[in-house]
Design a protein around this ligand. Structure first.
Ligand code: ADP
Ligand code: MG
Length: 257
C-alpha cells in the first residue's frame, strides 16, 4: 500500500454483551506507514475492539472498512486472508519446534494447516512446490525481523523478546497490510523493548499499518504517531503523543479515579 492510504477505518463501532456496552460507538482510522496506539485502563474495551476488527466477535452496530472494503459478515479466517494479522497478549508458540517451523505456521494458505496434525505432517501433505514456498516465505520473514541466524533453534530456547519478535514474523508470513499487536512489550527488558521498537519502526518505514494495544506508556509515547484513548468503552481522547500526555480527560482517567 502507498504511504498514507487509509488501511483500517472504524466507524461508530459498537459491541454490547447483553446490557454491557463494551465498545461504545468508537471511531478511528489507521493509515499505511502509521503506528496507532490504543490505550486505556483495564476493561476499557481495547481487546474487544481488536476482536471486532479480526472478526472474532461480531459487531453490534457501526462499520469496519479495510482498504475501502467492508469487513461486514466476514469470518476471522477471511479477514486474515485479506491481510489483517495479529499477535496475542500471551505468547502462542510451540516451544519444542524450531523457529523456522513456528514462523512457517503463518505462511500456510487458509485451511492448509491442520494444527492437530502438527506442522511437519501438514508440510508433508502440501506438495513439494507448496512446501518450498512456505519455508522460503518463513525464512524471508525471519531475515526481515532479524532472526535469520536462529532458524534451527527451538522456539522455547529464545529469550522472551525474541519470542515476541518471532510471533511478529509469523504474522508477517501472511503478507498483511495491517498488524494488530496486543501488549507486545509486556514483561520485556529495556534492551528487548528497544529492539522491538526498532523493528516496528522499520515496518512502519516499509508502509505497514500498525494498531498497538500497550500498557507501557514510555513505549507507546516514544513509538506511536497517533493515540486513541478508551475508558469504559468510550473513546475519551485522541491525538499525537504530545497532545495525549497533557490531555485533561486522559490525566483524569489514569490519575483521577
Ligand atoms: P480491555 O482489553 O480494554 O481491558 P475488554 O475489551 O477485554 O477490555 O473488556 C471490555 C468490557 O467488556 C469489560 O467490562 C469486560 O468485562 C467486558 N467483556 C469482554 N468480553 C466479554 C464477553 N465475551 N462477554 C461479556 N463481557 C465481556
Ligand atoms: Mg485486554
Amino acid at each position: 500500500p502507498a504511504r498514507g492510504e487509509v488501511i483500517l477505518e472504524v466507524e461508530a463501532a459498537r459491541k454490547q454483551f447483553g446490557g454491557l456496552v463494551a465498545v461504545n460507538d468508537v471511531s478511528f482510522s489507521v493509515k499505511a506507514g502509521e503506528i496507532v496506539g490504543l490505550i486505556g485502563p483495564n476493561g476499557a474495551g481495547k481487546s474487544t475492539t481488536f476482536n471486532l476488527v479480526t472478526g472474532v466477535l461480531s459487531i453490534t452496530s457501526g462499520k469496519l472498512n479495510y482498504r475501502g472494503q467492508s469487513l461486514a459478515g466476514l469470518s476471522s479466517r477471511e479477514i486474515s486472508s485479506r491481510g489483517i494479522a495479529r499477535t496475542f497478549q500471551h505468547v502462542r508458540l510451540v516451544p519444542g519446534m524450531s523457529v523456522l517451523e513456528n514462523a512457517a505456521m503463518g505462511a500456510f494458505r487458509r485451511g492448509e494447516f491442520a494444527p492437530q496434525r502438527g506442522i511437519l505432517a501438514s508440510l508433508a501433505r502440501a506438495n513439494r512446490k507448496e512446501e518450498a514456498r512456505i519455508l522460503s516465505e518463513a525464512r524471508r520473514q525471519l531475515e526481515r525481523v532479524g532472526l535469520g541466524d536462529l532458524v534451527d533453534r527451538p522456539a522455547g530456547s529464545l529469550a522472551l523478546g525474541q519470542q515476541r519478535i518471532l510471533e511478529i514474523a509469523r504474522a508477517l508470513c501472511c503478507d498483511p497490510a495491517l498488524l494488530l499487536l496486543d501488549e507486545p512489550a509486556a514483561g520485556l527488558r529495556l534492551k528487548e523493548k528497544q529492539a522491538l521498537a526498532a523493528l516496528l519502526d522499520k515496518l512502519r518505514g516499509e508502509g505497514m499499518a500498525v494498531l498497538l494495544v500497550e500498557h507501557d506508556m514510555d513505549f507507546v509515547m516514544q513509538l506511536t504517531d497517533h493515540i486513541v484513548v478508551m475508558e469504559f468503552g468510550t473513546k475519551i481522547a485522541e491525538g499525537t503523543p504530545a497532545q495525549i500526555q497533557v490531555h485533561p480527560a486522559v490525566l483524569e482517567a489514569y490519575l483521577g479515579g
